[in-house]
Design a protein around this ligand. Sequence first.
Ligand code: DX5
Ligand code: ZN
Length: 220
Amino acid sequence: MKNTLIAPSVLAADFANLQRDIEMINNSEADWFHIDVMDGHFVPNISYGMPVIEAIKKHATKPLDVHLMIEKPERYIEEFAKIGADIITVHYESTIHIHRTLTQIKNAGCKAGVVLNLSTPVSVLEDILSECYMVLIMSINPGFGGQKFEEITYNKVRKLRKMINEQGLDTLIEIDGGVTDKNAKQLVEAGANVLVAGSYIFKAENPTQTIAELKKMIRF
Ligand code: DX5
Ligand code: ZN
């Protein structure tokens, strides 16, 4: 049986009730906290930064999966590690020397991953796949929650799963953007291991139950 992980995106939480929403994730069947950092340059939106993540870490009982949507993320890796990031993913498009940045993340004591925008083909990862604990395939254009899932994602996941298998690796595939009960099962069938979900979970009447249902749907 596959153990597919669920990572609720804190971007969709109620920031005025952040502790309540963190406890909801702690007490749910969710596996990780997905933390979106946006700088207003790499993506058109600004989210939150170090002080907020540090505060989340104080209460979170599950790993922090930190998704950096910032230009030149190599400037901040050590700082994110210090405040409690467990996994750090950086966009392939945001850093010139991606191999060096991955090494930097590992040297800082975190698990390292690469994120691909919708238009970036999985083939660019061929020679650095063995350095990646995880690859995050964006299923929307990054910057905002609540967008529509792009169907091209399935094909990218299948291609990447094939590449991972051919290289005999156990790299995780994470999907981020527009994940709902309508695409979760199909994504896992295509080869995904981690599903990020923001609005689908936090806009639900009962987020805890929604997480449990999503988890059940992908247990096969
Ligand atoms: C968008 C972020 C996502 C976002 C997902 O740039 O990377 O993590 O929070 O939100 P939903 O699930 O609402 O698409
Ligand atoms: Zn994200």
